[in-house]
Write a protein that binds this ligand. Structure first.
Ligand SMILES: Nc1nc2c(c(=O)[nH]1)N[C@H]1C(S)=C(S)[C@@H](COP(=O)(O)O)O[C@H]1N2
Ligand SMILES: [Mo]
Length: 312
């Protein structure tokens, strides 16, 4: 392959083939000089650190991706403020090295992982997922990560482990939003063990082929695409296996509004607004929200026989 630009060599090795071909077509169309100039402003993603060895995945959806700019500047991360632009403006104070994630509770193999060991735990995959916020907007995000079940398997849950708790960093020095008591900190989320073992549930360490930006939950965050976005806890420091359903931050804040399951469900409205439709960021007209965010064929069996009005 002719060497055009250092970036080109790197991306050919780590970018999933479909994206790489797209990029090549784009560059060829631009002509070498123009492409060189455009590369400086990174047409496809940010100028972040590329992740090596990322494989494509059959779990990715084939929909237009939300632009990198929107994915990284329109965020919810209350530890850095409640405005959509606050996380991208304020999350520079988050230090993602050194970083450890404690895996503990009802497991045969409790272990505190260094983040760099976690990055090598399992092959990294690109997972292009539809994401739906309970507020009524959605995005399509090319995450990079590995199945949560890879970590669970190594932890070896005991017979008492029925739920998994995910805890975000709780350091007001790095996260100024923690000084405001708008939620009970640390941010805490949970899944039933079988939900956590589902192959769609991932721990994400990147997006758009690059290391996760701080505002998106660096260095490691949960991604559960069939549930409302708030289930996908960011900047995780602790994963605990427990017997009882954990009291999540949003359940503690408003139990009538946020249940434990929080599966995307257009038929169960939020007490204060409808969940039937959504605005895909970047689009003008609204779309119908899909049951389980469009992942019903894969996940509906997890909830067979359950009254989803009651277990919302
Ligand atoms: N620790 C923590 N995790 C969090 C949040 C938060 O405020 N704090 N917000 C949640 C909400 S409401 C959404 S919609 C998603 C947004 O993720 P994104 O900004 O990467 O798109 O993160 C979720 N994870
Ligand atoms: Mo959200």
């Amino acid at each position: 392959m002719p060497i055009l630009h250092p970036n080109d060599i790197v991306s050919s090795e780590i970018t999933p083939p479909e994206i790489y071909r797209e990029r090549r077509r784009f560059m060829q169309g631009m002509g070498a000089l123009a492409a060189g100039a455009i590369l400086g402003v990174a047409p496809e993603a940010g100028a972040g650190v590329k992740l090596a060895g990322v494989r494509a995945s059959a779990y990715s959806i084939d929909e237009d991706k939300t632009p990198y700019k929107d994915v990284t500047t329109y965020n919810n991360f209350y530890e850095f403020g409640t405005g959509k632009g606050d996380p991208s403006e304020n999350a520079g104070s988050l230090k993602t090295r050194p970083w450890t994630v404690a895996v503990e509770g009802e497991v045969a193999n409790p272990k505190t992982y260094d983040i760099d060991a976690l990055l090598k735990l399992a092959p990294l995959e690109e997972r292009v997922y539809r994401m739906r916020c309970v507020e009524g907007w959605s995005m399509v995000i090319p995450w990079v990560g590995f199945p949560l079940k890879e970590l669970i398997r190594r932890a070896a849950p005991t017979g008492n482990a029925r739920y998994v708790e995910f805890v975000t960093l709780n350091d007001p020095e790095q996260m100024p939003g923690l000084r405001r008591r708008i939620l009970s900190w640390p941010y805490l989320e949970g899944l039933r063990l079988d939900e956590a073992m589902h192959p769609l549930a991932i721990l994400a360490v990147g997006l758009y082929g690059e290391v996760l930006p701080n505002q998106n939950g660096a260095p490691i965050r949960l991604v559960v695409p069939w549930k409302y976005g708030f289930k996908s806890a960011k900047s995780i420091v602790r994963i605990r296996f427990v017997e009882k359903p954990p009291l999540t931050t949003w359940m503690a804040a408003a139990p009538r509004e946020y249940g434990f399951y929080s599966n995307v469900n257009p038929e169960v409205d939020h007490p204060r607004w409808s969940q039937a439709r959504e605005r895909r960021i970047g689009e003008l007209s609204k779309r119908d929200t899909l049951m389980f965010n469009g992942y019903g064929a894969q996940v509906a069996q997890l909830y067979r026989g359950m009254d989803l009005q009651k277990f919302f």
